[in-house]
Ligand binder design. Structure first.
Ligand SMILES: Cc1cc2nc3c(=O)[nH]c(=O)nc-3n(C[C@H](O)[C@H](O)[C@H](O)COP(=O)(O)OP(=O)(O)OC[C@H]3O[C@@H](n4cnc5c(N)ncnc54)[C@H](O)[C@@H]3O)c2cc1C
Ligand code: HEM
Length: 404
């Protein structure tokens, strides 16, 4: 695991620009959804290859990426206008690691700038976006962009590669179908990443779909070492009017041992546990994967760690990597495992996970992963129980504006 790279905003707005941004923030905020929709339409019209090969078209179809981008800029602008507000370091770190895992490079920032600002003018009108207003928001964009570029540059340097050079062809060495429906895929390691750097990190995996588009998705590593990396993919089913997930189902239906995949170097901003600190690992559904990665690392590196493992699922049948989670818990002498199944089952609580936040070990570091609603609910329970926000480390599997 890596420590989160410190993210500091070096530049500030001039008082004049801060005043201009503060005055127009409500207007930009009120129209930000439309601005980002126009932005992405323009961007993909001019650069269709970006939607086919880099951006996640499932997220685009749902609108989640648009909202996350909008919320991140609004949050950053709010912080620049009032630096007494908490610095959005967690947000920037998440974006920077995601960008690095996709190979985003500094020369792409002017492209995003061009279409974002054209969208702002198109939506708000040239009479509102005067030269002064445009100049002030330009500063906001470039201060944020430079902060991200600096972070991404340091992540590429840490990985020992030039900017954006994160993609490798990896051969599929193994495929195991878990009883839960998840597929465990083992590939040849890329870039010589060391086994301990695997825990709680993720790779971007690229597959070419039947229409020729190369689509990327992130998968958390559940194992690594000896020239290998393993991740687990839970196929996303069609629900209501929403289609089945493209990449996860393609992997389940098509991937065979011996195939070649695009797999990136591992990235991810979950911090390494403080040595000696008790851990609490809270997961739901396929959110178990980063926890399995952490447990695998603990077995090798710090088996005496006190760790409480809490997992929620629909039932034992849907619980991904159930067997492996039990095995890992029994190999750690100071670990306990507690399960909640909505449908009930032997050895499990019936119903939704309930966290006794006040009863957690003193000084515990909490790792949290699952659907966005689950993560939000548990985070609120932890906050209400007095667990400091700095001790709660969340992994989200889809962009979500609430984190900002
Ligand atoms: C850091 C990170 C780590 C992750 N780790 C794991 C992991 O270890 N294991 C794992 O299984 N997953 C993991 N994920 C999630 C994974 O990256 C994918 O998001 C997941 O596999 C779904 O991808 P997909 O292509 O199958 O679905 P997509 O095709 O992207 O669809 C996603 C959702 O969007 C909906 N959708 C798509 N198109 C439309 C439309 N036109 N209208 C309405 N709705 C639509 C789908 O119905 C579906 O619910 C992780 C994600 C992140 C960010
Ligand atoms: C200041 C400029 C930028 C900001 C504020 C920004 C913000 C964001 C945010 C908030 C996310 C979602 C992170 C998450 O929660 O998963 C994201 C993801 C992403 N960004 Fe950026 N970004 C910027 C520049 C760029 C550039 C220059 C590119 C390259 C063309 C880029 C490509 C991407 C891609 C491909 C994703 C993943 C999309 C997805 O998976 O749906 N971004 N960015």
């Amino acid at each position: 695991m890596t420590s989160p790279t410190a993210v500091a905003t070096k530049d500030e707005l001039t008082p004049e620009h801060a005043e201009m941004v503060a005055a127009t923030l409500p207007l930009v905020g009120a129209n930000i959804d439309e601005i980002t929709s126009v932005f992405y339409r323009r961007l993909f019209d001019r650069h269709p290859e970006l939607l086919r090969t880099l951006f996640n078209r499932g997220n685009q179809a749902q609108g989640v990426q648009q909202r996350a981008l909008a919320a991140s800029i609004a949050t950053f602008a709010t912080h620049l206008v009032d630096p007494t507000l908490p610095h959005p370091a967690e947000l920037l770190s998440r974006i920077g690691h995601k960008h690095a895992s996709l190979g985003v490079t500094p020369d792409q920032y002017p492209i995003v700038h061009e279409h974002l600002f054209a969208a702002i003018v198109q939506v708000l009108g040239a009479d509102v976006v005067t030269a002064d207003v445009a100049e002030a928001w330009d500063r906001v964009y470039w201060i944020m962009a430079q902060t991200l570029i600096d972070l991404e540059t340091s992540l590429y340097a840490e990985a020992g590669v030039t900017a954006g050079d994160v993609y490798r062809r990896a051969r599929v060495l193994g495929r195991v179908d878990d009883p839960s429906g998840a597929v465990l895929v083992t590939v040849s390691a890329v870039g010589g990443a060391s086994p301990s750097s695997f825990a709680a990190q993720y790779v971007s995996v690229g597959v070419t779909l039947p229409d020729g588009a190369r689509q990327l998705r992130q998968y958390s590593l559940v194992g690594g070492g000896a020239g290998e990396m393993t991740f687990a993919v839970k196929p996303v089913g069609a629900v209501g009017g929403s289609p089945a997930g493209e990449v996860s189902n393609w992997i389940r239906d098509n991937l065979r041992v011996g195939d070649l995949l695009d797999v990136t170097l591992p990235f991810g901003d979950l911090p390494a546990p403080r040595p000696g600190a008790p851990l609490v690992l809270v997961s739901a559904g396929i959110g178990v994967t980063p926890m399995i990665g952490i447990l695998e690392a603990l077995v090798v590196e710090a088996p005496d760690t006190h760790v409480r493992i809490l997992h929620a699922d629909r039932s034992a049948r849907t619980h991904p990597l159930r067997q492996r989670q039990h095995e890992l818990a029994t190999r750690l002498p100071n670990a306990s495992l507690e399960i909640w199944y909505e449908d009930g089952g032997p050895g499990a609580h019936t119903g939704r996970l309930e966290l006794d936040a006040a009863g957690l070990p003193e000084g515990a570091e909490v790792y949290l992963c699952g659907g966005n609603g689950f993560v939000r609910a548990v985070r609120e329970q932890l906050e209400a129980g007095g667990v400091p926000a700095g001790r709660v480390h969340c992994e989200l599997f889809s962009p979500d504006a609430w984190l900002v």
